[in-house]
Write a protein that binds this ligand. Structure first.
Ligand code: CS2
Ligand code: MG
Length: 404
């Protein structure tokens, strides 16, 4: 069997997605997600100009060899653009192999270790009443675990919450220039524990609650927040510091028993090495899409398992249904599954990417179709052309750029 075609498809059914489709000489196809939010076309070029010419004529069954060939063969390793491109190839090859076998991918990864996958959704509100409405809406959709983000008094727009009356800002990922959000660490550190106290009082002790700090704190600030949140028993505190400084988490870890989740911006096991072997974190957050695919993420999760660290694969709406499906097969197979992020998709995205995975009663399942269980409808995708879009940026009140 040989690969005869490698197409890179870009569409925007509500937001931009980049998809690789590999076709074999006997007519099988495999899909891989290569979406890098806000920098999509860099990956398109990497795939079209540099990777696609290497794929035609290769045996699609040689997944590990192809991965090593693309990773080591480029000489320039890691980084989000490279690893998103390599991931798309890896997932498309797993999709083809599982279709040849006539099995859902999770069966090739060792079979199901559980029946269903606990998902968490996002609740956001400018203030506490709006946040409560959002939590209630997620509970009504079936979610059994919820990430909580709120506005902060005195700030106009913060991560996860958008200013009132500004329709464009409510969809900040789709502006021609980055939306500018504002930030005040002291106000955030004062306000956040009061939010979790209110949410616990309203929704009780049992609901798993998560919170994302989006890399905004120094180690000592993160240590303070972790301590202040201990009474509210968070499921996790995510990306509390810029975690590429692995040393930072040593201080946070020694100061608090609030569980820590890290890694959505990491691209390789090397970014995690000390964090895992020293047990400085509790959950690894990489996406299949930004980590080089199922092949390396499986290795990461096996290393994490040795240190009692669980999976929490990144799954916001900028991971396409192709990347989500790949994650769900891996989640179902590994022993150390923790939780899966799932924020849902627009109706247009569900139409363009027909998928076998399901979300029922707060749980996900990858479905039983052969392969990863996603097909892209080219005709529908053509009705949603690419538009340039940026993530927001963040500034302090004196104008200094801060981590977003
Ligand atoms: C977030 C992401 O889901 C998360 O945990 O951190 O939504 C992140 O902001 C986006 O993936 C950026 O593209
Ligand atoms: Mg995050």
């Amino acid at each position: 069997m040989k690969i005869v075609d490698a197409e890179v498809l870009v569409c925007r059914p509500g937001r931009n997605f980049v998809t690789l489709r590999l076709t074999t000489d006997d007519g099988l196809t495999g899909l891989g997600d290569a979406t890098l939010n806000g920098r999509e076309l860099a990956v398109v070029s990497y795939l079209r100009d540099h990777v696609a010419p290497l794929l035609t004529g290769r045996d699609p069954h040689r997944i590990e060899d192809t991965w090593q060939y693309l990773y080591r063969g480029a000489y320039w390793r890691r980084g989000p653009v490279t690893m998103a491109a390599v991931a798309a190839v890896d997932v498309a090859l797993w999709d083809i192999k599982a279709k040849v076998a006539g099995l859902p991918l999770y069966q090739l990864l060792g079979g199901a270790s559980r029946d269903r996958l606990l998902a968490y959704g996002h609740a956001n509100g400018r203030d506490i009443p709006e946040l409560f409405d959002s939590v209630r809406a997620r509970l009504a959709e079936g979610y059994r675990a919820i990430r909580v983000q709120t506005g902060i008094p005195g700030l106009n727009a913060v991560y996860g919450v958008h200013p009132p009356g500004d329709a464009a800002a409510r969809d900040p990922h789709q502006r021609a220039r980055p939306l500018v959000e504002d930030w005040d660490t002291a106000a955030y550190l004062r306000h956040t524990p009061t939010v979790f106290e209110a949410v616990r009082n309203e929704f009780g002790a049992e609901l798993p609650l998560l919170h994302d700090v989006h890399h905004r704190l120094t180690p000592i600030q993160a240590a303070r927040l972790g301590r202040d949140l201990e009474p509210y028993r968070l499921f996790w505190l995510e990306d509390c510091t810029p975690a590429e400084n692995q040393e930072a988490l040593r201080l946070v870890r020694s100061a608090t028993t609030t569980p820590l989740a890290v890694g959505e911006v990491f691209n390789s096991v090397h970014d995690y090495q000390g964090l895992i072997t020293e047990q400085l974190i509790d959950y690894v957050r990489s996406a299949v899409t930004h980590f080089g695919g199922v092949t390396p993420l499986r290795k990461l999760l096996d290393l994490a398992a040795l240190h009692q660290i669980k999976s929490a694969v990144h799954g916001p709406e900028d991971i396409s249904p192709v990347g989500m499906a790949a994650a769900l097969h891996l989640d179902l197979a590994v022993h150390n599954f923790g939780i899966q992020e799932f924020s849902g998709y627009s109706a247009a995205t569900h139409d363009v990417f027909r998928h076998a995975f399901t979300f029922t009663d707060g749980y996900l399942h990858p479905g039983e179709e052969a392969g990863i269980g996603v097909e892209l409808d080219d005709a529908l995708a053509a009705g949603h052309p690419y538009e340039r879009a940026y993530l927001p940026v963040n500034r302090l009140h004196d104008g200094t750029v801060h981590d977003w």
